[in-house]
Design a protein around this ligand. Sequence first.
Ligand code: ATR
Length: 272
Amino acid sequence: RDQYGVFGNPIEHSKSPVIHHFFAELTQQPIQYSKFLGDLDSFEQQVKTFFEQGGKGLNVTVPFKERAFQLCDVLSSRAQQAGAVNTLLIGKNGDIFGDTTDGVGMIRDICDNHSQSLTDKRVLVLGAGGAVRGILEPLRDAGPSTIVVANRTLSKAQALADHFHKQTTPITASAFETLEGHFDVIINGTSASLDGDLPPLPDSVIKTGTWCYDMMYGKEPTVFLKWAQTLGANGSDGLGMLVEQAAESFYLWRMQRPDTCLLIQKMRDDLS
Ligand code: ATR
């Protein structure tokens, strides 16, 4: 069996082995996918050893995505933009290739699984950390009319807006409290949900038909989705994004695109 795995710290909670073994069965691919606890001192060496021992591909999660980016010999253009990678594969000549699949995974979940169009929409993105940096290029390329990045620390939002701004899709920065106007789609990429916190948004960002997406997920709706619901907005959590980014990694490794709907449904059922 070809060897794959995921490095993170912590790693125990990772659902990636279950997801990739599910995909492998669906597509009849002979793979073994393991969890590895990344060492904060010697992560780079661990990755090199994995590939030297014949490993074919890796996922990388918190807190190693930026360090993985640094160790790659070759990077996809979307990884170069994101400054982080979540997928590694080894080339025939031993080069390590890095890519990031989070952004495309989120766009697939929003547009395909939830049938939401982003074309010509006003999109608000909350947060300006690594998670948001990883999705801005695919989001911009999905064709919204404008993107506003709002963050607690305004300077971080401004840096991302400057980096990803294009004339065809203007990207501006804002603090939460000073957001003006309403939006068609709101994407929460802050880690505030993890602490049960809600960014201090004016209710006026939501209008009839606004659709809200939280990159986090859990058994219960996140505080952000509950808030959206009380204002009459529909939306989704990020369970589908988790599965879709994995499907994109699987495709990079095996050139096979597994069907994701079944697994998303099964994982949703398992949560409750
Ligand atoms: P990640 O990899 O999940 O993006 P990160 O790079 O640490 O993690 O970024 C976390 C993001 O969530 C940041 O935008 C952070 O805001 P700051 O840049 O001001 O720190 C945001 N965040 C975290 N906790 C938050 C909270 N309680 N309220 C609002 N924003 C929060």
